[in-house]
Ligand binder design. Structure first.
Ligand code: BMA
Length: 376
């Protein structure tokens, strides 16, 4: 209830902010209204701005309803829901293998199932985000194949490789463009390509790609999507841990390519890693939010987590006190693998951090699926 009041308050503030612009001609206002109506991406940007204005933070989980700790492919199931009674407000999906026209993404989830879950999540008022771990177009290996340091350079400069890159991006664009609700309207999503570029574990990472080539990669990506008229994408840029704004902006493609500034930051080494995590999360969110303010962008904690959640109070004791200091609109934790016992980032029933997670769920600042309906 409290949260609903905050949202109503924010909704009351937003029109007030627009009141200053009343002098605007009728024509301009009509055009603005039309734009909001027809461009799904703009609708999602407005919605995420409302979340920030209300001081709320949406909780997200990767691959949430398609598998979890010890189960796979069930219907209407989610580890998050099993623990707190509600689905996450955000679901992340990965497009890895779409570039190869595969039926399933890299972790085995059928793309058709992703499409239907995206529709269901949208219908329940939730939001969908996409990451992409595409294979290495030069070596034929996976996203983590960094044997060839010129992969990105070749994709930019070699005609045949450039064609392949554009074809692959085109397949990602076609899938995202094909996400439609029951009325046939495109479902807006956040897309976060070429992430964690300041690390060197992906073929587009820092040691394997010049800044110039990295920016060109973004420009080509936008060009392919834009040429296809894909209008349901909110574009997210998300480096891994940074120390400051300069590091954050080192590979920034530019304001016209990006809508949302993300940060990826994980806790390692269980309890022993808590201090480092807090330090890294703080410097990364300091940088991301400062840049977001200067550039007029949204900001989010696009990937985080503490694998295996042995720190029982992690949700309320570690993550929460840091995240609430920042105007982030969402926080997403990574997947609960069904086939790797130690690889999970959200609790499941009986897991040590489940009570802390329930407190996190009940907190007035966090938003899960049910409450998303109140944020239009
Ligand atoms: C990584 C791990 C991998 C997975 C990849 C893409 O962080 O979870 O097992 O294949 O993300 O989802």
């Amino acid at each position: 209830m409290k949260k609903i009041l905050v949202i109503l308050l924010a909704l009351a503030i937003v029109p007030a902010a627009f009141a200053a612009g009343r002098a605007k001609s009728h024509k301009t206002k009509k055009k603005m209204a039309k734009t909001c109506q027809v461009v799904p991406a703009k609708r999602l940007i407005n919605r995420l701005n409302k979340v920030t204005a209300a001081g709320l933070i949406i909780f997200g989980h990767d691959d949430d309803p398609v598998y979890g700790h010890g189960w796979c492919g069930d219907k209407d199931r989610s580890d998050v829901k099993s623990v707190c009674g509600d689905y996450p407000g955000i679901m992340n999906w990965d497009l890895g293998m779409i570039e190869k026209c595969a039926d399933k993404e890299l972790d085995g989830v059928p793309f058709d199932r992703i499409r239907s879950e995206v529709v269901v999540q949208d219908a329940r008022g939730g939001i969908n985000t996409f990451s992409w771990h595409p294979r290495n177009p030069v070596t034929g290996g996976d996203a983590w194949d960094v044997k060839n340091d010129s992969t990105v350079h070749l994709c930019i400069t070699d005609e045949a490789m450039n064609d392949t890159l554009r074809t692959w991006i085109g397949r990602a664009a076609d899938f995202i463009g094909s996400l439609r609700d029951a009325k046939g309207n495109r479902i807006p999503v956040v897309f976060r390509p070429w992430h964690e570029m300041n690390g060197s574990w992906f073929w587009w990472g820092a040691k394997h790609c010049s800044i110039q080539d990295y920016v060109a990669l973004w420009q080509i990506t936008r060009e392919v999507f834009d040429k296809k008229g894909i209008n349901n994408v909110v574009w997210a840029y998300s480096p891994n841990i940074v120390a400051n704004k300069t590091e954050y902006l080192a590979t920034y493609p530019g304001d016209k390519y990006v809508d949302l500034l993300g940060a990826d930051c994980y806790q390692f080494n269980d309890e022993k890693g808590t201090n480092d995590y807090i330090k890294n999360l703080t410097s990364s969110l300091d940088a991301a939010t400062a840049v977001a303010k200067e550039h007029g962008k949204l900001v989010a904690l696009t990937e985080t987590g503490c694998q295996t959640l042995k720190v029982a109070d992690w949700w309320m004791g570690v993550l929460y006190p840091v995240m609430v200091k920042y105007p982030i609109c969402y926080v997403t934790v990574w997947r609960n693998a069904h086939d790797k016992n130690e690889h999970f980032f959200a609790p499941y029933p009986g897991q040590a951090s489940a009570p802390s997670f329930v407190k996190f769920y009940n907190d007035k600042k966090t938003v899960f699926a049910r409450e998303m309906k109140t944020i239009k």
